[in-house]
Write a protein that binds this ligand. Structure first.
Ligand code: FES
Length: 57
């Protein structure tokens, strides 16, 4: 499923970055991807997904 439709960034990609790249917040994801840089509608969902993934580690 795509979280960021504008840039075709999937939930799997976000989880992968959190688990493999040591990302722990939205800022980290945004340093590696353009997530949220167009319409911004994905930011809230991405934030929740990142928090859930970090908490599950
Ligand atoms: Fe992510 Fe538009 S859906 S910037």
């Amino acid at each position: 499923m795509f979280v960021c439709l504008c840039h075709a960034i999937s939930d799997k990609k976000i989880v992968q970055l959190v688990e493999q790249e040591g990302i722990y917040d939205l800022k980290g994801i945004r340093q590696l991807t353009p997530l949220g840089s167009q319409c911004g509608k994905c930011i809230r969902q991405a934030k929740v997904l990142i928090e859930q993934t970090v908490a599950a580690k």
